[in-house]
Design a protein around this ligand. Structure first.
Ligand SMILES: Nc1ncnc2c1ncn2[C@@H]1O[C@H](COP(=O)(O)OP(=O)(O)O)[C@@H](O)[C@H]1O
Ligand SMILES: C[C@@](O)(CCOP(=O)(O)O)CC(=O)O
Ligand SMILES: [Mg+2]
Length: 333
């Protein structure tokens, strides 16, 4: 038997980092996906085929007629830890005796703030649980995905695995979510081309918090207030033009506060300012920062903003919100 499952990337519209401290945040699934195929193998082991991910620490030596490969096994194992933990959690719930092979292909840039870690965990849990005959709802799979992120990163709010599992738009707070009405948002994502590790960035913010709680706590509180205002704007019965203007202002304030926490980079800020200059109503980091992506809200200006992001040295992506979260694509005997 073979099962193919897929799960989407996300953007955090408002509230990354502060959400780790129990404040609310708003996120939406987007139409980039990670695909995981799971099948049984005969040797009782876990085998992971991850073709899109670079193997760190690979050394190749060439001599006259021979080639030697040496790999840093620790680093290679670490990079696959989300997938491994996802498989282990499902086997703990079902059957540890059967060997499982998973093959991964992904459209989501890694370490770019678009939730590749959550998507790979959720798609793996979806495929392996189906293979092992477990009946789990998408919500339950989101909760297991959160456990995977906690085990690997040490800290995680759970917003990414939740939105990747259930899709659409959500308001998330302290492990609970509320679905927000679906709407098309005219956004452009700008990718700096570099990556940041969520685990390290969350730990860096934690150190700053512990050093200067009297300064960082009000920043996190303000971020939470931005999210509540944004939720009111998203739910209110106003004309889209006014709605986008209000959301854009809140995005710009949220970006400034993320910058204050130290998670922006020169390149991210350049893309943010380039997008605003080209007519975006708002632009901010999305995800953990330290590289990765920003997004801009640009009604009727998406192509101008995409061009400005390219000129500033980034890669623009005009994405759509995905209504669907985890999806079982096919089950073959
Ligand atoms: N296609 C993939 N195959 C295997 N592991 C992946 C894949 N995509 C992401 N990951 C895991 O997720 C990690 C990146 O997660 P993270 O630092 O949270 O950044 P983000 O979630 O923003 O992409 C990678 O280092 C790797 O461990
Ligand atoms: C920084 C944070 O708020 C979001 C991280 O998202 P990503 O892994 O950078 O896509 C962490 C979390 O919510 O667990
Ligand atoms: Mg992540």
């Amino acid at each position: 038997m073979r099962v193919l499952a897929s799960a989407p990337a996300k953007i955090i519209l408002f509230g990354e980092h502060s959400v780790v401290y129990g404040k609310p945040a708003i996120a939406a699934a987007i139409d980039l996906r990670t695909y995981v195929q799971a099948r049984f193998n005969d040797n009782g082991a876990i085998k992971i085929e991850a073709r899109d991910i670079k193997t760190p620490g690979l050394t190749v030596s060439f001599s006259e007629d021979e080639i030697y490969f040496e790999s840093d096994y620790g680093k290679a194992a670490e990079v696959l830890s989300y997938v491994r933990q996802a498989i282990e959690l499902v086997r703990d719930e079902a059957d540890r005796s059967r060997g499982v092979t998973v093959s991964i292909t992904s459209q989501i840039p890694v370490g770019a703030g678009l939730g590749s870690s959550a998507a790979v965990a959720v798609a793996t849990i979806g495929a392996v649980s189906k293979l092992l005959g477990l009946e789990l709802s998408n919500e339950e799979i989101g909760r297991l995905g959160h456990r995977v992120e906690l085990l690997v990163q040490g800290a995680s709010s759970g917003i990414d695995p939740t939105v990747s599992a259930i899709g659409g738009f959500i308001h998330y707070e302290g492990g609970r979510f509320e679905r927000l009405p679906f709407m098309e948002l005219p956004v452009v994502v700008g990718y700096t081309g570099s990556s940041g590790s969520t685990k390290e960035l969350v730990a860096m913010v934690r150190r700053t918090y512990e050093e200067m709680p009297e300064i960082v706590e009000p920043i996190l509180t303000a971020m939470g207030k931005i999210v509540e205002k944004a939720r009111d704007v998203l739910l209110s019965d106003i004309e889209d033009g006014v709605r986008f203007q209000k959301l854009g202002r809140l995005m710009n304030i949220n970006h400034g506060l993320l910058d204050a926490l130290g998670v922006s980079t020169k390149k991210l800020s350049e893309l943010v300012y380039a997008a605003r200059t080209a007519g975006a109503l708002g632009a901010k980091i999305t995800g953990a920062g330290g590289g990765g992506c920003m997004y801009a809200l640009a009604p009727e200006k998406q192509s101008e903003v995409a061009t400005a992001i390219t000129i500033a040295g980034g890669t623009p992506m005009i994405t759509k919100i995905s209504r669907e979260g985890l999806r079982i694509e096919e089950v073959l005997p």
